[in-house]
Ligand binder design. Structure first.
Ligand SMILES: Nc1ncnc2c1ncn2[C@@H]1O[C@H](COP(=O)(O)OP(=O)(O)OP(=O)(O)O)[C@@H](O)[C@H]1O
Length: 562
C-alpha cells in the first residue's frame, strides 16, 4: 500500500519541509488483515447460496449441513481476523502518535524561551494533549478503511462479472459516484476541521492566559470584557464544530443514498430475472436461484467498505488537520544554543566577545557589539536605561538564546547546553508552583537534597515562612507569598544548587520598597559568596554593593569600572 499521510521533516537549514511519508508497517499489515476478513464474506455468500439452492431443489436440510458448518467456521475466522486487524491498527496508530508527540515536544524544548514567536502555552498544550488524539482514529480507522474500500469492491466485481455482466455494470456505475462525492465533501471537511482545531487551540490559549492574569483582570475591572470575549470565542468554536458535524453527516447521507440505490437496482434485476421477466444480462440464458442469490448477497458487501469509509471520513479531515498542527509545532524557531562542549573546564568567568543579538521578527538589534570579561567570583552590575538590552545579555549568558554575532564563553566553554547546569537564574518574575515550599526550592532536581533546600531557605531568610507552611501548600502562581518573599524563594532555589558557580539576577529589587530591596540585596550577596554574580538593575543602591558596574547604552556599550 502506498504512502498516504503528511509528514514534516527538517532539512539541513532547519526549515521544515513536507513530504509524503510511508505508513507504519503495522498499519499496512492491519489493513491487509481487515481486508482479508472482509473478503471471507465471498465464500460465505457462495456457500449460503449453494445451501439455499440445494434446499430449493428438494435436497432437504441434510444438503445444507456441511455448507452451514463451513459458513460458521468462516464466520469465526472473519471475526478473529477483524478483531486482530483492529487491535493492530489501534496499537500502530498509538505508537505513531507517541512518536509525533515526542517530536513536537522535543522541538518545543529546543526552542529558546525568549522567542516570542513560539506558540502560546495553552495552544501548545491543546495541540499536544487534546488535538493530537484525533490522529489515532484517522490512522487506526481511516487508513485501513481506505485500503479495504479500494480492494474489496474489486474482488467482488471480479466474482459478479462472470455471473452477470449487467449486475457488474450496475456496480461499476454506482461505485465511482461515491468516491467522487466524498472527495468533494472531504475538500470542505478538511478546511472546516482546520478552522475548528484553530478555534479550539485559540480558545485554550486565551483561557490559560486569562486564568493566569485573573487577579489583574479583577483588579482593573476587565471581567466583563474578558467574559464577553470568552463567550464570543466559545460561540465561534460552536459554529465551527457544527460546520464539521454537518459535513460529516452529509458525507454519510450521500454514501448511504448511492449504496441503497446500487443494491436496490441489483435486487430489482435479480428479482425480475428469477421471475423470468428479464432474460438478458447473464452469460447463460438467465440467473438461477443460486447465482442470483450469490449476486444479491454480494451487493451490500460491495458497498459495505465504502459505507465504513464514509463513517470515518471526517476522521481523515480532523486527523490531517491535527497532524498539520502537530507538525507546525515541530518546526524549529529560534533554538537554544546547542554548541558542542569544547575541551576544557567550565569555570566561573564570563567572557562576552563582540556579542550582537536581534529577536526574531525584529529589525533592531537588542544588543550590538558588546564586549565584557567578568572574572570568576566577581560581582558585576549591568546598569542602563530600560530597553538597553540588560535582560537580553543575561539571557544570552544563561544560554537561553544563541548570539547572532560574536560569542560568549563560560570558562572555556561556549554558553549553551553544558554551561546551563552551572548557572543559577533569578528572573524578574519567578514562577511559583502550587505545592510545598520545599519542593518549590528543590524543583525535583536530583542533586538538591531536602537538607540543602532547607538550608537554602534559611539563607534566604525564609526559615520562618517555611515552618508556617510546613503542612500547607502554596497556591497557584505563588498565592500566599508577597513579592519580596517570592523573590527570596527564587534566591533560595539558586542557593540550593551546589553546582551553580554563576548567579545571574534580572532586576531582583525592582518594585520593592527600600527596606525589602536592601533585604533582598543582602540575601543575594550571601548567596553569591564565592560565586560569580551578574545583576541587571536600575537600582543604584544594589549596584553600589557590587564590585564593578557596567553602564549600558542603546549605542555601543561602554564600560566604566567603578
Ligand atoms: N522576547 C522578546 N521578543 C522580542 N523583543 C524583545 C524580547 N525581549 C525584549 N525585547 C526587546 O529587546 C530590547 C531589549 O530588551 P531588554 O529586556 O533586554 O532590555 P532591558 O535593558 O532589560 O530593559 P528593562 O530594564 O526595562 O528590563 C527591547 O527593545 C525589547 O523591546
Amino acid at each position: 500500500m502506498t504512502s498516504a499521510y503528511l509528514d514534516a521533516t527538517q532539512d539541513k537549514t532547519g526549515k521544515a519541509r513536507r513530504r509524503r511519508a510511508r505508513q507504519p508497517a503495522g498499519l499496512r499489515t492491519a489493513a491487509l488483515i481487515q481486508t482479508l476478513a472482509a473478503l471471507l464474506w465471498i465464500p460465505q455468500a457462495g456457500l449460503l447460496s449453494i445451501a439455499v439452492g440445494r434446499i430449493a431443489d428438494g435436497g432437504g436440510l441434510d444438503a445444507a449441513v456441511w455448507p452451514a458448518i463451513a459458513i460458521a467456521l468462516l464466520g469465526v475466522a472473519k471475526s478473529c481476523l477483524d478483531a486482530a486487524g483492529g487491535r493492530l491498527a489501534f496499537r500502530s496508530a498509538r505508537v505513531e502518535l507517541t512518536k509525533r508527540r515526542a517530536r513536537a515536544v522535543e522541538a518545543l524544548a529546543r526552542r529558546s524561551p525568549v522567542d516570542s514567536t513560539r506558540h502560546t502555552s495553552g495552544e501548545a498544550a491543546s495541540i499536544v494533549g487534546e488535538q493530537a488524539e484525533l490522529i489515532v482514529p484517522y490512522l487506526a480507522r481511516f487508513q485501513p478503511g481506505r485500503f479495504k474500500a479500494s480492494a474489496v469492491p474489486l474482488f467482488i466485481f471480479a466474482c459478479v462479472f462472470p455471473i452477470s455482466w449487467i449486475a457488474a455494470l450496475v456496480l461499476l456505475f454506482t461505485m465511482p459516484l461515491v468516491p467522487v462525492f466524498m472527495a468533494l465533501i472531504g475538500w470542505r471537511a478538511q478546511a472546516a476541521s482546520e478552522r475548528q482545531l484553530q478555534a479550539t487551540g485559540g480558545l485554550n490559549g486565551f483561557l490559560l492566559d486569562r486564568l493566569r492574569g485573573l487577579s489583574t483582570i479583577r483588579a482593573l475591572g476587565a471581567v466583563d470584557a474578558t467574559a464577553t470575549r470568552l463567550r464570543a470565542d466559545a460561540e465561534d468554536l460552536k459554529t465551527r464544530t457544527m460546520a464539521v458535524l454537518r459535513i460529516a453527516f452529509l458525507s454519510s447521507a450521500v454514501l448511504e443514498l448511492f449504496a441503497a440505490l446500487g443494491v436496490a437496482m441489483l435486487a430489482v434485476y435479480v428479482g425480475f430475472s428469477l421471475l423470468g421477466q428479464i432474460r438478458f444480462g447473464a452469460w447463460t440464458s438467465g440467473l438461477d436461484l443460486t447465482s442470483g442469490l450469490f449476486v444479491l448477497l454480494l451487493a451490500p458487501a460491495f458497498f459495505e467498505p465504502l459505507r465504513e469509509l464514509s463513517a470515518v471520513w471526517h476522521d481523515r479531515a480532523s486527523g490531517e488537520a491535527a497532524m498539520k498542527a502537530l507538525d507546525a509545532l515541530s518546526e524549529d524557531g529560534m533554538p537554544l544554543p546547542q554548541a558542542k562542549p569544547a575541551p576544557g573546564t567550565l569555570g566561573a568567568d564570563i567572557r562576552f566577545h563582540a556579542v550582537g543579538f536581534r529577536y526574531p521578527g525584529s529589525d533592531i538589534s537588542a544588543v550590538e557589539n558588546f564586549d565584557l570579561h567578568i572574572r570568576a567570583g566577581e560581582h558585576v552590575a549591568l546598569l542602563g536605561p530600560s530597553g538597553s538590552g540588560k535582560s537580553t545579555l543575561l539571557a544570552l549568558a544563561a544560554g537561553l538564546a544563541p548570539c547572532e554575532t560574536g560569542q560568549i564563553a563560560i570558562g572555556r566553554q561556549p554558553a549553551g547546553h553544558a554551561s546551563r547546569s552551572r548557572i543559577a537564574w533569578i528572573g524578574q518574575k519567578p514562577h511559583i508552583f502550587a505545592g510545598s515550599i520545599t519542593r518549590n526550592v528543590s524543583l525535583g532536581r536530583p542533586h538538591v537534597s531536602a537538607q540543602q533546600a532547607a538550608a537554602a531557605l534559611d539563607a534566604a531568610h525564609l526559615g520562618n515562612l517555611a515552618s508556617a507552611y510546613r503542612n500547607r501548600p502554596l497556591g497557584d502562581g505563588g498565592a500566599g507569598l508577597s513579592g519580596g518573599e517570592a523573590l527570596r524563594l527564587a534566591i533560595a532555589r539558586a542557593a540550593a544548587d551546589p553546582r551553580a558557580l554563576i548567579v545571574l539576577a534580572d532586576e531582583p529589587t525592582a518594585h520593592l520598597d527600600i527596606a525589602t530591596a536592601d533585604d533582598i540585596t543582602e540575601s543575594l550577596l550571601t548567596l553569591a559568596k564565592g560565586r560569580t554574580l551578574l545583576v541587571a538593575t536600575h537600582d543604584p543602591r544594589l549596584a553600589a554593593r557590587m564590585g564593578r558596574t557596567i553602564h549600558i547604552n542603546p549605542e555601543p556599550a561602554r564600560e566604566a569600572a567603578e
